[in-house]
Design a protein around this ligand. Sequence first.
Ligand SMILES: [Zn+2]
Length: 140
Amino acid sequence: MLIKEFISETNRNQMIAKILKYYGVGNVRVKHKFMKNHAHYEVEKGVLYLSKKYKSIKPHQLQEFLITIIHETYHAIDAKKYGWQKFRDMWETEANKIEQGHVKGKSDGYWDNPFEVSAEKFGQANWKKWKRVFHKDGLM
Ligand SMILES: [Zn+2]
């Protein structure tokens, strides 16, 4: 499958809008800021931040980019499902349990957090599907 040499910011924004809408969280606002990660969902504000670091997405960054967007979208889905305050509390409760050594075999409140594990699994399971969709749409 041939992928364009780079993906423009316009196309990237279209892809994100499509993903958010598809999963029923089309009301999430999208903003841009400088950061290392491709994206970050800020639960308190209901804002999906996109990195300004990447002016364009190169083919070798595509997988990571799509996984990150879908991962962050999953947090938005959880926030909608539970209400953002409850979701934040649940997330923090899990992180604390892990960091206090109450969960066997888990030590990292972030990476071992079940909400993070689920979000990452969701990203890993769905990025190829979206790659096909966006390729068909001519966005990449
Ligand atoms: Zn996450």
